[in-house]
Write a protein that binds this ligand. Structure first.
Ligand code: BG6
Length: 484
């Protein structure tokens, strides 16, 4: 379905995000017929590109990141792009932008701040000073939203001076992933799971976001962040919220976000004693990954004194009626054995077995929600081994691979999210109080680490992280489900 006419202004239009994600996502939406004739994309950055130079740059981005380009569609898409050089701190380019936008004051207007957070203030200020905010205007910001609760508040204040909360779209691209939305469908469009979705029937939950890549060229940024800020404060806590929240009353943005907020507030605070037992920090050293030898984090960074963690595993608890006593084991890291993101819901074992020893081990049911790669949902169940050989039991997956089931291209998260911005639907975007609540849980952990000043545990690239993270879950008589 076509969206209404819009002007999308991308600040940071020659940056990495525009290259890898935004332009390819917009191209796909155009290809699928979702962009109306009156959709314009105005791209800005400091670079002095001519119109033709930017067109060539954008075509290069599509060539690199889109499979099977259709030349006619590329041509139509490129015709939507207008490039303006703006030095956001100066005046010149703003007037040009104003002229273009004010030619159509009544269409939807979205500003996408695909720039480092240091520029958010200057850009919002420029947008305000040049009176570019209309009643149909929205602004999109990317993480990191602050480096702790205090800086996040300051950033939100700055943006709040120019935009109202209903105009602010804080992207967490994990919420746009197809399987993440499917988690809501699974929980709330099936009668099967919800009655079992609580401490009486669920033993524990695991959330793993493992990457095989290292930090590479991003070491400069990454060293100021680390895995806790880069992945846990946002993506992983958002996944945890979707698993743990109460059924919202509707898919309305505030209904969903109210429920997520309650989960964040119910997270049991991490004290120094708990941090000692329930958190493992790691940093990768040289090893083998993706079929070749790779350097360690400190070598990539070019320093040997960094305490930044590239891996973290946490045993989290949600202190409410539904989840009391059910651990949520979270872990994420760079340079791990493979790239896989999944949520594993481990049910409790059966209360009593009627089978004899010949039946073999009766494993508890496990629901596996795979975000990437090979998106899908798998339910591990016990069945009888076929044949006349007696009552032997076996665990098999009831398996739904989305690629096999639907045979359609899996759209990138940004495609969905950018269209939601245009439609004005905030359901999959973080509200300010959610960001605050997530930091409120993360801040004490950062403080404990800062006070301890201890070295993260080294792990070899291409493994599953420090052995202490395996011990963390095995102490509880459980294991990580890395093989699905
Ligand atoms: C980003 C992090 O938010 O998410 C990166 O800053 C990380 O460090 C990336 O690599 C992972 O996203 P995806 O979609 O590839 O799982």
């Amino acid at each position: 379905i076509e969206v209404d006419d819009f002007d999308l202004v991308v600040f940071g239009g020659t940056g990495d995000l525009a290259h890898r994600k935004l332009l390819p996502a917009l191209y796909h939406r155009d290809l699928d017929g979702q962009l109306p004739a009156g959709a314009r994309i105005i791209v800005t950055s400091r670079r002095e590109f001519t119109h033709d130079e930017y067109q060539a740059w954008a075509e290069g981005a599509l060539g690199e990141h889109v499979k099977d380009l259709e030349p006619a569609a590329v041509k139509r898409f490129l015709a939507r792009l207008t490039y303006i050089a703006i030095d956001v701190a100066a005046e010149a380019g703003w007037a040009d932008l104003g002229k273009i936008l004010n030619a159509r004051p009544n269409v939807i207007r979205a500003f996408y701040l695909a720039v480092a957070p240091d520029f958010f203030g200057t850009i919002c200020d420029g947008i305000g000073r040049h009176n570019l905010v209309t009643s149909k205007t929205r602004v999109v910001i990317e993480k990191p939203i602050g480096k702790d609760g205090k800086s996040a508040q300051a950033l939100n204040e700055t943006i709040g001076k120019v935009f109202k909360e209903h105009q602010i779209f804080r992207i967490d691209h994990y919420l746009g992933k197809e399987t993440v939305q499917n988690l809501m469908a699974l929980r709330f469009a099936n009668a099967l799971f919800e009655p079992l979705w609580n401490a009486a029937h669920i033993d524990h939950v695991q959330i793993t976001v493992a990457e095989s890549l290292g930090v590479g060229g991003r070491a400069g940024y990454y060293d100021t962040a680390g895995a806790l800020r880069d992945m846990v404060q946002n993506h992983i806590l958002q996944l945890l919220c979707l698993v743990a929240m109460e059924p919202p009353e509707s898919m309305n943005a505030d209904s969903v976000r109210d429920e997520k907020l309650k989960v964040l507030k119910a997270l049991a605070p991490i004290t120094p004693e708990l941090a000692e037992k329930h958190i493992v920090r790691g940093q990768y050293k040289a090893g083998a990954s993706d079929g070749g030898a790779v350097p360690g984090y400190l070598d990539e960074l070019g320093r040997d004194d960094s305490l930044t963690e590239t891996f973290v595993a946490i045993k989290a608890q949600i202190a409410n009626w539904r989840w009391a006593g059910v651990p949520f084991y979270l872990r994420t890291g760079k340079r791990l054995a493979t790239r896989v993101s999944e949520i594993v819901v481990q049910f409790r074992p059966i209360p009593h077995s009627i089978f004899g020893p010949e039946a073999g081990v009766i494993s508890a049911n496990r629901l596996i929600i795979r975000l990437q790669p090979d998106e899908g949902v798998k339910m591990q169940v016990m069945i009888k081994d076929p044949g006349p050989g007696g009552m032997r039991l076996r665990q098999v997956p009831l398996d739904m691979s989305f690629a096999d089931a639907f045979k359609v291209r899996n759209p990138d998260a940004y495609e969905r999210l950018i269209m939601d911005v245009i439609r004005g639907n905030q359901t999959l975007f973080m509200r300010r109080d959610e960001v605050d609540a997530a930091w409120a849980w993360v801040d004490p952990i950062l403080e404990i680490w800062a006070a301890a000043k201890d070295q993260p545990k080294a792990y070899t690239s291409g493994t599953w992280g420090p052995s202490a993270s395996i011990a963390l879950i095995e102490r509880d008589g459980r294991t990580w489900a890395e093989d699905g």
